[in-house]
Design a protein around this ligand. Structure first.
Ligand code: R1P
Ligand code: URA
Length: 315
């Protein structure tokens, strides 16, 4: 049997071509998306109550659970997309966005994380690469040989776009102070619990040694969260199919080079070495500053020759 196309079951209520900018800031939490939208051009801060999407911006809530807000930052079209949590949501978001945006894209994730470094809660990590931590379900089968099979599978590292990482570190340092910005490698886990080393005696997880395994796998492992790996991985494996004209083709075939540049940064919500958890006040202080540093970075990154040829509603 041969399969011919992606056969996208996209949400008919979702964001359409022309409504999503080539430069996207993605977050998990829709409330974070709304807070960050207050930094976009032309927002009447005095007359826009908190938790309300500014009326001058385009917005769309889809059945997928995505919230898209599109406007401009310093005159450049940008979108904010809240996608919820986990690797599948990042996969939906990157593929379905790629399908409706023409030309090169840049996507930066601003999330929260648990930190294995000496970072304090409220500090920011900008990981230059990420690997995937997956629960190896076969290990938990009755007939698995536990002396050979490991309970968690750790993937190879996929890199962020190095220019985006550099730009994010520079802009985050300017907003929050250099001493609050960390780099390193991220681990994206397929669970908030077992594959992030959280102990839960309601289940057999065999994850007591997970942190040791992570450091053995990659000594520079600093953060644990649930989406970034998929973003870096899909950016690397994206093709030129959505590029325009000569940008898309080499000798009549679709270019294999990436059409998506990706980066990520994350606020430390949980300090896993000390068990400290961020306060509400710190979230309120850090979120908008980090958001502005991401917008600054999004518009600094060079997309390609046709970067602003795609008109975007709400801008
Ligand atoms: C878990 O609480 C969630 O927080 C982190 C994780 O990646 C996971 O999605 O990111 P967000 O703050 O972006 O949701
Ligand atoms: N998000 C995660 O995935 N893990 C944490 O510990 C904190 C935020």
């Amino acid at each position: 049997m041969s399969m011919t196309n992606a056969n996208f079951p996209m949400d008919p209520e979702g964001t359409k071509r022309g409504e999503l900018a080539n430069r996207i800031l993605t977050v998990g939490d829709p409330a974070r998306a709304i807070i960050l939208s207050r930094s976009l051009d032309g927002v009447d801060l005095e007359n826009t109550p908190p938790k309300t999407i500014p009326s001058n911006l385009f917005s769309c809530s889809s059945h997928r659970g995505f919230l898209t807000i599109t406007g401009r930052f310093k005159g450049v079209p940008v979108s904010i997309v809240a996608i919820g949590m986990g690797v599948s949501m990042m996969d939906f978001f990157v593929r379905e966005s790629r399908a409706i945006v023409d030309g090169p894209m840049v996507i930066i994730r601003l999330g929260s994380c648990g930190s294995l470094s000496d970072a304090k809660v409220g500090d920011i990590h900008v990981p230059s690469g990420s690997y995937l931590v997956q629960r190896n379900v076969d290990y938990f089968a009755d007939d698995s040989d536990k002396s050979v099979v490991k309970p968690y599978h750790l993937s190879k590292i996929f890199q962020a776009d190095p220019k985006i990482t550099q730009t994010l570190i520079k802009n985050m340092s300017a907003k929050l102070g250099k001493e609050h910005v960390w780099s390193g490698i991220n681990a994206t886990a397929d669970s908030f619990y077992s594959s992030q080393g959280r102990q839960d005696n309601n289940f057999v997880d065999d994850n007591q040694d997970l942190f040791t395994e992570l450091i053995k796998h990659e000594p520079n492992t600093m953060t644990l969260e649930m989406e970034t790996f998929v973003l870096y991985h899909l950016a690397k494996t994206s093709t030129g199919a959505s590029l325009v004209g000569s940008q898309a083709l080499v000798n009549g075939s679709i270019k294999k080079t990436s059409s998506i540049k990706a980066g990520a940064c994350m606020m430390v919500f949980a300090q896993r070495k000390t068990n400290a958890f961020i306060s509400k006040e710190d979230v309120v202080r850090v979120e908008p500053l980090a958001g502005e540093a991401v917008f600054e970075s999004l518009i600094e990154v060079h997309l390609g020759d046709d970067q602003d040829l795609h008109p975007t509603k709400g801008s």
